[in-house]
Ligand binder design. Structure first.
Ligand SMILES: C[S@@+](CC[C@H](N)C(=O)[O-])C[C@H]1O[C@@H](n2cnc3c(N)ncnc32)[C@H](O)[C@@H]1O
Length: 277
């Protein structure tokens, strides 16, 4: 008879909660126990583990480092799409149109980029509206989605939010085995620096950015983690910089380092008196 894999007990689930939060910041509330089971069960089968307790021991062992990485990737939710929350991109176009044409390089960071749709949306806006040199960093904790993002290949159905003008300019239709897919043009792909980066770690050597997009990721963290990540990000924003979160997120009561310009768009509170708009 096939072995039936039982979901983790409440006690075991607590150990997973702590491990996942420690490594990713993601807080899985008790009602996400079924989700954990559905995402990890195939890894338990693949590694011939009979129970979640056994699998946990593997994850925390020195031999289980790669397995831990795979398990943590499965716990992340990577849903994303091109030009998600389009008001942010419109706001950014207006900002770029008012930028002086000279001065230091314009720097943008998509800090939980998932499979690249957000980053390429930003790249399209930068390429068409930024009149000075720019660079774009796109990072995520999940190496698998970053590997996909670098390829810049997407199913046609997933590209309907890209404005027609940008589709014409910056996307190439797949042919042959890539029929039904679209690829971001090399001149844009080569402009985006994709990296695996954990927001829970030390964010060293990144420098300061004009714009940071940190959208639809802090919803998975608790307030304490949100506060500490926002504090770290504040060190990577230029005094004149802008921070974008999702419309469903608010920094109210979570961080005093920023003030709101409009819902979901923030600037550094320390420089409030210097900001003209
Ligand atoms: C729902 S996606 C959001 C993608 C995109 N920002 C958007 O709004 O469409 C959340 C992403 O956050 C990433 N993530 C979760 N925890 C992270 C962490 N500690 N450091 C960096 N990225 C993280 C996940 O891997 C996932 O790709």
């Amino acid at each position: 008879m096939d072995h039936v894999l039982l979901p983790p007990s409440d006690q075991t689930f607590t150990r997973y909660q702590d491990l996942i939060k420690l490594h990713t910041g993601i807080y899985l509330p008790p009602h996400k126990k079924t989700l954990l089971h559905s995402r990890l069960s195939k890894r338990l089968f693949a590694s011939a583990m009979a129970s979640y307790d056994d699998y946990f021991e593997l994850l925390v062992s020195s031999a289980g480092k790669n397995e831990l990485k795979a398990a943590l990737e499965l716990v992340t939710t990577n849903e994303t799409y091109f030009f998600r929350e389009p008001a942010h991109f419109d706001f950014m176009k207006d900002l770029l149109d008012c930028q002086p044409r000279t001065g230091e390089r314009y720097r943008v960071w998509s800090a939980a980029s998932s499979s690249g749709e957000e980053a390429y949306s930003l790249a399209m806006v930068l390429q068409s509206h930024c009149s000075k040199p720019w660079e774009l960093l796109a990072s995520d904790i999940n190496q698998t989605v970053i590997t996909d993002a670098k390829k810049g290949i997407y199913l046609n159905q997933r590209t309907s939010m890209i404005p027609q003008e940008f589709l014409n300019k910056y996307c190439r239709k797949g042919v042959g085995e890539f029929e039904g897919y679209l690829r971001v043009a090399p001149e844009l792909r080569n402009r985006v620096q994709f990296d695996t980066l954990n927001l829970m770690g030390q964010l060293k050597g990144l420098g300061k950015f004009d714009i940071i997009f940190i959208r639809n990721v802090m919803i998975y963290f608790d307030d304490e983690t949100r506060g500490s990540i926002l504090r770290k990000l504040s060190k990577h924003l230029k005094p004149s910089g802008w921070l974008f979160v999702s419309h469903s997120e608010s920094l109210h009561g979570v961080s005093d380092d920023y003030y709101s310009i409009k819902p979901s768009i923030y600037r550094l509170a320390a420089y409030r008196d210097e900001h003209k708009i």
